[in-house]
Design a protein around this ligand. Sequence first.
Ligand code: GBH
Length: 472
Amino acid sequence: MATRFPPGFLWGAATAAYQIEGAVQEGGRTPSIWDTFSRTPGKVLGGDTGDVACDHFHRWREDVRLMAELGLGAYRFSVSWPRVQPTGRGPAVQRGLDFYRELVDELLAHGIQPMATLYHWDLPQDLETSFPSGSAAGGGWPERDTAYRFAEYAGIVAEALGDRVERWTTLNEPWCSAFLGYGSGVHAPGRTDPVAALRAAHHLNLAHGLGAQALRAALPARAQVGICLNPSAVRARTDAPEDLDARRRIDALANRVFTGPLLKGAYPSDLLADTAGLTDWSFVRPRDLAAIRQPLDFLGINYYTPAVVSAATDPAAPRHDGHNAGEHSPWPGADGVAFHRVPGELTAMDWAVDPSGLVDLLTRYTAEAPGVPLYVTENGAAYEDSVDAEGRVHDPDRIRYLHAHLAAVHEALRAGADVRGYFLWSLLDNFEWAYGYSKRFGAVYVDYGTQERTVKSSGRWYAGVAATGKLP
Ligand code: GBH
């Protein structure tokens, strides 16, 4: 049977501002927590920063031409908060808004539908450093005020771009912002406080809810508002009750801490019980849950690899969640959980290739969010690509990865999942957070010395899929 996707299925690619734009000191932009973090020795591999990245801030016209060459129907980008509202408070900077307006106009001129993400991790540094409550540790997402600031910023961007952008997402992967930023500390701002991480998760949820309200107030009725999560397809290593319980705990901390309030209007009671030794959750105020549970026009699912967990037997064993024993955990209150090597071939990130996790997530969230269309807002893989003597980039591993995951999307569609589109991560090789430029996820190769772009064989392959709407 031909693997044909429904008519109108959206074929896209995604990026994020700090990972591609560069030009960090231009047009009135102020530093974000990622500027600070990447300049702190030891935080990012090789001391890499986003100072130049793909120089997209200057090369966006060329990059839109590339998207057109690939035949993309949609492009998911993020807006840099400190570029449009320096320091995260007060008036917007026109130059910053103009950059995105021109980008969007160029996309539309090429028949490419923009999807705007308001927050892909580049919090204005000033909101982390200077904030009302005066806690000694810092501000940022553990502080309630940051959610209010986000809603204001969301309104500013919606006013500026609302006439031309139809699809909006508030946050990208709040799990990473909360638990990697404030729990394990491997992402900016690099704090390692389990309670701060839980507070951050709540204030990110609140920011989504207040931000979605601000978006709707400013946007035309046809606009669609959603959020991108990175739910974990988490499995128990065995059916033993203690392993199933480990699975339940990680499911609560990875998934239900967000989907509980977003879809059901409550934090899961098992999560509150599991974390009772850390916090009584009194930072959740009575009206917050109603504010968070806004109707969603779509839900964005980012997927790379599943997780396999069990009850911990040897606490010193490697954890296989990217965080080793002795390091701070991104899982507050779940110290008794072990993460295992997931079966399957590994990508350059050491993430196992297992598309069945994507089928599981798309099926699960179709059931848990009835009537809410899904998009795969990120999926892709890093491999060790290089340009050959003829100037070509041959990346058959990535083609295999994409093929298998698109087949998984198709399988989910056949099982009744309401998936409306797919965004490949990423359009370009770019700044891969704590890994700097050492990991390449692009469908287009970037030579960071010359900023030359070369479409990889996977990019050409994906263009064929986008053009025909089916898998070869
Ligand atoms: C996304 O993060 C980001 O949105 C994007 O900016 C980034 O470039 C891209 O993915 C690639 O990293 O640690 O082995 O258990 C994804 C972050 C990746 C965090 C998978 C959890 C679990 C794999 N997530 N990870 S493992």
